[in-house]
Design a protein around this ligand. Structure first.
Ligand SMILES: Nc1ncnc2c1ncn2[C@@H]1O[C@H](COP(=O)(O)OP(=O)(O)OP(=O)(O)O)[C@@H](O)[C@H]1O
Ligand SMILES: [Mg+2]
Length: 511
């Protein structure tokens, strides 16, 4: 064989307590090549990359890894980093209270005369960030001051500092704004031109189609195929991923829309860190029984703040009133909301959606435990039956319902969170970016669930940054821009252009 690979993973298998997560996977990367790694939630993508980067050290998996022609038997991340493999994990791994520079140099600190040299680290961090065309990050400030997108760039600066020859990006854009995504994709193209190779994992297949030279698809831990991107398109990748053709991405079903159930009047709330800035500015909305109301807008427009206020989860006081069935209600905490029949699946699963070390099943039933109580004790048998029914219904991939939820793949965690908020049988269900990191097949399942809920009369309020999704399932679309209501459209031949125009403040059309 004449071709020389930068990386060759051969016949990789990995099990977790007897359950095979990877079963004979192959992956090849040439220098300067970008390989898209695709597969459904739980297919094994993150696991494969953890094998490569020695998060799972040599000896805890089977198969062989060749790096620059030599077998690599790394037992620590340090070793793979030294070899030139840098990984940016699906869940960012920064220390929020440490400064940007401290995070970049974590484990590689610059010191002089036995002391950490902060000036040198800050200066070098600034240099690295400048290479990424980033000029508005202060390396001396804590990482928590910066958005998800900026944090992603800080992670990349860290990889650059280590002179990576291969950059692994695991689902890097799920929390980024569209302009941050643009910046990232352009950077990767620039790195590629400079000879850096990359493995790119994303459920956003348009991104994969844009930057990958080759695509490898895995399903249930097995290698399905590797093809040049030139022979593929997003539809054929989907077919390889799910094993069948998916013609219709949105299983739209007719459902009756009834009377107004929830009404918010003149909601205004203020920025937590800047009490003079309104993040939601005098927004009123109504949602009817059985209605699916999409809330579109740019990231940072105030959508999350608006729906968090309706759920009693926004940390500061608000102005305006909330009415249920025509009567004013006081919703100050999520507890008040749940009691009133309003549930919410939050945007940030890691921060407020899950109890990470608790079992998948208990995460799902935590808000309805009293349902299984008998004479003051929990009927565990009954609880388990409910959990198992939910796991089947949502096709949640887990070897055991008692495994900690953090051990599930990202998309499967999301399904468990959805289940947790559906079990209390809410009358109004608020979903904030419900399909983030969820694969196409599972998205379809989630949409089916949303339609099924709407059919039973539940009002669904969905915030989403994915316009095709908003247009694919909503009955009506509200557009929020800079905290204000910029549009209220019946979703009848509504186009992405119309929604975007309203979001950026053109052609506002308030019905
Ligand atoms: N630490 C662990 N303990 C037990 N099972 C695990 C562990 N890590 C992963 N798994 C299982 O291995 C399988 C593959 O998970 P992995 O996270 O690699 O999927 P993925 O392809 O990255 O999915 P996603 O697109 O949702 O991120 C899943 O079934 C998952 O539950
Ligand atoms: Mg993953």
């Amino acid at each position: 064989m004449s071709e020389s690979f930068l990386l060759e993973m051969k016949n990789i298998s990995k099990s977790f307590s007897g359950v095979k997560a990877l079963d004979g996977i192959h992956l090849q990367v040439r220098p300067g090549e970008c390989v898209g790694l695709c597969g459904e939630n739980g297919a094994g993508k993150s696991t494969l990359m953890k094998v490569l980067s020695a998060v799972y050290p040599y000896g805890t998996w089977e198969g062989e890894i060749f790096w620059e022609g030599r077998e690599l038997k790394a037992t620590s991340i340090r070793e793979t980093e030294k070899a030139g493999i840098a990984i940016i994990h699906q869940e960012l791994m920064m220390v929020p209270h440490l400064s940007v520079a401290e995070n970049i140099f974590l484990g590689n600190e610059i010191s002089s005369h036995g002391f950490l040299d902060y000036d040198a680290m800050n200066a070098r961090a600034q240099e690295l960030l400048a290479k990424l065309n980033v000029h508005d990050i202060n390396p001396a400030l804590p990482v928590l001051n910066y958005s998800g997108g900026k944090q992603q760039l800080i992670e990349i600066a860290k990889a650059l500092n280590k002179n990576a020859k291969l950059l692994i990006l695991d689902e890097p854009t799920s929390a980024l704004t569209s302009s941050e995504i643009r910046t990232l994709l352009d950077l990767i193209k620039q790195f590629k031109a400079e000879g850096m190779a990359c493995v790119y994992i994303s459920h956003k297949l348009e991104e994969v189609a844009e930057i990958a030279d080759t695509v490898t698809v895995i399903r249930d831990g097995a290698h399905i195929g590797t093809k040049p991107m030139a022979e593929l398109n997003t539809a054929s990748i989907v077919t390889m991923m799910v094993g069948r053709e998916m013609k219709n991405l949105y299983p739209k079903e007719d459902h009756a829309i009834g009377e107004v159930i929830l009404e918010a009047r003149n909601i205004t709330c203020w920025d937590v860190t800047n009490p003079n800035r309104k993040v939601v500015d005098n927004v009123s909305l109504k949602i009817r029984k059985g209605e699916i109301l999409g809330i579109a807008g740019l990231v940072g427009a105030g959508r999350t703040e608006l729906v968090s206020t309706l759920f009693g989860a926004y940390p500061t006081a608000h102005q305006g009133t909330i009415h249920l069935d025509g009567r004013e209600v006081s919703i100050r905490t999520p507890r008040d909301a749940v009691r009133a029949g309003i549930c919410m699946v939050p945007e940030d699963r890691k921060k407020s959606g899950i109890l990470p070390i608790i079992g998948v099943g208990h995460n799902m039933t935590v808000s309805v435990l009293s349902r299984f109580a008998r004479f003051g004790l929990i009927d565990e048998h009954q609880e388990l039956a409910q959990i198992q029914a939910e796991i089947l219904r949502l096709k949640i991939k887990t070897a055991d319902p008692m495994l900690p939820i953090a051990s599930l793949s990202g998309g499967n965690q999301q399904k468990a969170v959805l289940s947790k908020m559906m079990l209390p049988e809410p009358r109004v269900l608020i979903l904030d970016e419900p399909t983030r990191g969820v694969d196409v097949g599972a998205k379809y399942e989630i949409y089916k669930l949303i339609f099924a809920l709407a059919k039973t009369g539940v009002a669904v309020l969905m915030v989403s940054s994915e316009l095709p999704e908003v247009l694919g399932i909503s009955d009506r679309v509200l557009v929020i821009g800079e905290g204000q209501l910029r549009g209220d459209f019946v979703n009848d031949n509504l186009t992405q252009e119309q929604v975007l125009a309203a979001a950026i403040g053109h052609a506002a059309q308030v019905a």
